[in-house]
Design a binder for this molecule. Structure first.
Ligand code: HXC
Length: 258
C-alpha cells in the first residue's frame, strides 16, 4: 500500500507503519490519520498479518496534533465535524496487537496515539508529554484518561496540568512504557516482539487483547466474566489442543490459526 504521510511495509506476518511527515516532526493531521486508519484496515484485512508495529523517525514519534491545522478552528468547526473522533481513534479499535516503537518526541496527540497501542517500547532518547495546557487546551484524544490509568494521578497530574515532559527512564519507571532500549536497537526490538506475537495462536492473541480492553472499560466483575467466556471459547479451537499437547510432548507448538 502506498501513502503520502505514512510508510507501509509488510515484513512476513508483521506490518510496520511509519509516520512520515519529517518536516513537521510527524505532527498528526487529518490526512495522516485517515491514511493510518486505511493502513490498519489493510493490516486487519490480511489474514497473514499477526501484529503491527507503529513507529516514527529517530527524532519524533509524533510531536502532537498538527497545531497549524488546528489553530484557526472555531468551536462550531470542532463540534460540527466532531473533530478527532472517528479515524483518530482507529488505533484503539485495532483488533490486532499494535506495538508503538517510540523514539524522540511523543507529545500531545503523539503520546495519546502511543497510549492507544498495546505495548510501548521506547528508545533511550524518547520523551513523553501532554503539553496541550501550554497551548491553552487540554488533551483531546484520551490523554486525561489513559495517562491517569497508565501512570497514576500524581504523575499524570503534573504532566497534564503543567505540561512537564518526561524522559524514557522516567516513563519506564512510571509504567508508561514496557521497556527502554538503545535508540539504534529500537526497530529490531519492536520487530522481534511483533514477530514473536505473530507466531502465536491468532485467536488467542486477539482474545487476550479483547479481554485486556475490558480492564479499561468495565467494572472488575464484568471484566472477569468477559475474560472467563473468552478463556472458555479458546477450548473450542485447535490451537489450545495443539499448544497443550506440544507442552506435554516437549516440542514446539505448530498453531493452525496464525
Ligand atoms: C505542527 C509542528 C508541531 C506540531 C513541530 N512542528 N511540532 N507543526 N504541529 N505539533 C513543526 C515546527 O513548526 C517546525 O516547522 C518543525 O516541525 C520542526 O519543529 P521545531 O519546533 O523547529 O523543532 P525543535 O526546536 O527541535 O522542537 C521540537 C519540539 C517543538 C519541542 C517538539 O516542535 C514543539 O514544542 N512542538 C509542539 C509540541 C506540542 O505542543 N504538541 C501538542 C500539540 S496539541 P517549521 O516549518 O517551523 O520548520 C495536541 C492536541 C492533541 O497534540 C489532541 C487532539 C488530537
Amino acid at each position: 500500500m502506498t501513502f503520502e504521510n505514512i510508510l507501509y511495509d509488510k515484513d512476513g506476518a508483521v506490518v510496520v507503519i511509519t509516520l512520515n511527515r519529517p518536516e513537521a516532526l510527524n505532527a498528526l493531521n487529518g490526512a495522516l490519520m485517515t491514511e493510518l486508519a486505511q493502513a490498519l484496515d489493510g493490516a486487519e484485512g490480511d489474514p497473514d498479518v499477526g501484529a503491527v508495529v507503529l513507529t516514527g523517525s529517530p527524532k519524533a514519534f509524533a510531536a502532537g496534533a498538527d497545531i497549524k491545522e488546528m489553530a484557526d478552528k472555531t468551536f462550531m468547526d470542532c463540534y460540527l465535524e466532531d473533530f478527532i473522533t472517528g479515524t483518530w481513534e482507529r488505533v484503539a479499535r485495532c483488533r490486532l496487537p499494535v506495538i508503538a516503537a517510540v523514539a524522540g518526541y511523543a507529545l500531545g496527540g503523539g503520546c495519546e496515539l502511543a497510549m492507544m497501542c498495546d505495548i510501548i517500547i521506547a528508545a533511550d532518547n524518547a520523551k513523553f508529554g501532554q503539553p496541550e495546557i501550554t497551548l491553552g487546551i487540554i488533551p483531546g484524544i484520551g490523554g486525561t484518561q489513559r495517562l491517569v490509568r497508565a501512570v497514576g494521578k500524581a504523575k499524570a497530574g503534573e504532566m497534564i496540568l503543567s505540561g512537564r515532559i518526561i524522559d524514557a527512564v522516567e516513563a519506564e519507571r512510571a509504567g508508561l512504557v514496557s521497556r527502554v532500549v538503545a535508540a539504534d536497537a529500537l526497530n529490531d526490538e519492536a520487530l522481534q516482539t511483533a514477530r514473536k506475537i505473530a507466531e502465536l495462536s491468532r485467536p488467542a492473541v486477539m482474545m487476550a487483547k479483547e479481554s485486556m480492553a475490558a480492564a479499561f472499560e468495565a467494572p472488575l466483575s464484568h471484566g472477569l466474566r468477559h475474560e472467563r467466556r473468552l478463556f472458555h471459547a479458546l477450548f473450542a479451537g485447535e490451537d489450545q489442543k495443539e499448544g497443550m499437547a506440544a507442552f506435554i510432548e516437549k516440542r514446539r507448538p505448530v498453531f493452525k490459526n496464525r
